[in-house]
Design a binder for this molecule. Structure first.
Ligand code: SF4
Length: 321
């Protein structure tokens, strides 16, 4: 079995990356989910439906012809419940590497069919465990199944304050089994307190110093100014919505018109980094695309020869130069 562990680690990818909100339907309603906290599920679902698999595949093929292989983070909603999702993912995987973020509620039978159609060289599954809805034993069986098939799944959990002790326990189980575990920092209000700034020192200890990271501190908490700085969002990275609209980054999707649409045959990503139009970059960690930082990280990975090399990207040379 081919070892794809480096391929599966998104931190080592220095080529183009797009996040894609495939659709806005999910079978869970977790208390810490942004869509649930803002009560926007139904509104978003109604506004973004009706695009068939064939049109999406055609759009992704067109982008491949322009940009080469892209790492596509498939988000939702729950991507594995998308109608005819198997055909969509298998079609896209001919050109792009898929990084599907799933709650793994799909049946074992579905996962077996997915594994039979897309090899680990083209598909990575980031399995999010949601304590309020998933049964751990069933989730764990699926993680082990994927690991046995060579997919190197990682498990993510959200650091919602009432779950911290349980998260700590599960993280130890995962690490003992050699499964990478990422904790996503809860951002929101719980019992009247604002997180992440309200974690106690004991809770920060459980999170292993993850809250907040140095760059989070700089850009999200202290709101270092980004306006005018060159940023590669829109060039090496962008955010695709379920109706095909493409935004430079999350902040752009809140305050700006899209830079284009996936179904427009003329759509192109930016040819080069461009100045950031916002005072602050305090959403979703996209500050990593600030051009000076991006170049430094890419050059460092390459000098240590740990940038992902299993999948060729036409951009790798350009991103590090
Ligand atoms: S610095 Fe942040 S807000 Fe500004 S363009 Fe880049 S990703 Fe967007």
């Amino acid at each position: 079995m081919k070892d794809v562990s480096r391929w599966a680690d998104s931190r080592l990818w220095t080529g183009r990356r797009l996040t894609w909100d495939l659709w806005y339907r999910c079978n869970y309603r977790c208390s810490y989910c942004w869509f649930e906290m803002d009560k926007v599920w139904d509104k978003l679902a109604k506004e973004h439906e009706g695009i068939g698999v064939a049109r999406w595949i055609e759009a992704w093929e067109r982008l491949y012809e322009r940009c080469g292989t892209i790492s596509v983070d498939v988000l939702g909603g729950e991507p594995l419940l998308y109608p005819s999702g198997l055909d969509l993912f298998a079609g896209m995987a001919r050109w792009h590497r898929l990084y599907i973020i799933s709650n793994l509620s799909a049946s074992m039978d579905f996962l077996e069919r997915l594994a039979s159609r897309i090899p680990p060289e083209r598909l990575h599954l980031s399995a999010s465990y949601h304590h309020q809805f998933a049964r751990w034993e069933e989730f764990w069986d699926k993680v082990l199944f994927l690991a046995g098939k060579g997919y190197h799944p990682e498990v993510t959990m959200v650091s919602w304050p009432p779950l911290l002790d349980d998260i700590d326990q599960k993280r130890k189980i995962l690490e003992a089994a050699g499964i990478r575990c990422d904790i996503h920092v809860f951002q929101g209000i719980w019992e009247g307190r604002d997180y992440p700034r309200s974690y106690s020192s004991r809770e920060r200890g459980i999170l292993g110093g993850l809250v907040p990271q140095d760059d989070d501190r700089q850009y999200r908490m202290h709101e270092a100014k980004t306006i005018g700085r060159l940023c590669a969002a829109g060039h090496v990275y962008a955010n695709v919505k379920a109706n095909g609209d493409v935004f430079r980054c999350g902040k752009d999707s809140m305050f700006s018109k899209p830079m284009g649409n996936m179904f427009d045959p003329e759509f192109r990503l930016l040819d080069a980094p461009a100045p950031c139009p916002y005072n602050f970059c305090n959403a979703c960690g996209e500050h990593v695309y600030l051009w000076d930082d991006w170049k430094r990280v890419a050059a460092d990975l390459r000098s240590r020869e740990i940038a992902t090399s299993l999948v060729e990207s036409s951009l790798e040379e350009g991103a590090a130069s």
